[in-house]
Design a protein. Sequence first.
Length: 359
Amino acid sequence: MTAETDSPKATYAAAGVSIAAGDEAVEKLKPWAAKATRPEVLGGIGGFAGLFQLKLDRWKEPVLASSTDGVGTKIAVAQALDKHDTVGIDLVAMVVDDLVVCGAEPLFLQDYIAVGRVVPDRIAALVKGIAEGCVLAGCALLGGETAEHPGLMADGDYDISGTGVGVVEASGMLGPDRVRDGDVVIAMGSSGLHSNGFSLARHVLLDIARMPLEGHVEEFGRTLGEEMLEPTRIYAKDCLALASEADVRTFAHITGGGLAANLARVLPEGLRADLDRGTWTPDPVFSLIAQRGRVERAEMEKTFNMGVGMVAVVSPDEVDRALAVLTARHVPAWVLGEVNRAGDASAPRAVLAGDHPRF
């Protein structure tokens, strides 16, 4: 017998991929995925493709919208704390709240989970969060993929992303073309950091300030880790309700780039939004990052949402109605500014002025 025939036979499991663990993970996540459904879903989890029957009698000219996103380095906090059941909510929020900006109703989402090694309970926890987010958004979790990457990712590492699809009536699409001089900008409060700026937040709070994730922070009334893992607020249903009851011109989802830059994306040439910092006080987490890292205001405002997670631009006649709708839905909301004619075409389309109280 040769040395070659004496050597162990190579297997997929020996190379680091466990099909059995993958099958176990699928079984564990099925109950959570089943909670995130809609009547249009055909079949269940486990097929080669997710099936969704679009009810065309609901729309005269349906336009499909799609969005893909991830959670970023917030996942590093979840991994450090071994708490994986909330970042899935963040994932859904990042996807569906981009869809709703144009007035699209989120229909379904598919996720992608890349791992160094499949740990069934961890996968189930991730999908639990994704399913909970889909329920909050009113969309179905139509399927997804879990990919094991031994040798490329460490055993405890993972990353998640998702793609969502929504639909909007062509005549009801929101966007820059609807915005008019004199329109009013309404802010919707965030639940904290949401899912952007975590590379800077982690660098300041964990590396520079050396704050432990498990440590209680008086300003937060809870631990640093709990504050950082607070799930992103999902606005999809609130925005759709607002658009159905008030004259909304457009929305802006405040993510990477900050408030001014994201609002500028939905304003037409020739108009600009004048925003007043004095209308709100950013959450304590933003003050802590600014102070501990000596981060300048301009850097803070282009990195973080600063307490504003979504913005609606509405007709000036609809302000009170819009605020009433959001208040009834328990969404913190206030008048942030107004849209005016831009004096200089080269000037920024959204400008923040004044100072935050107590920041």
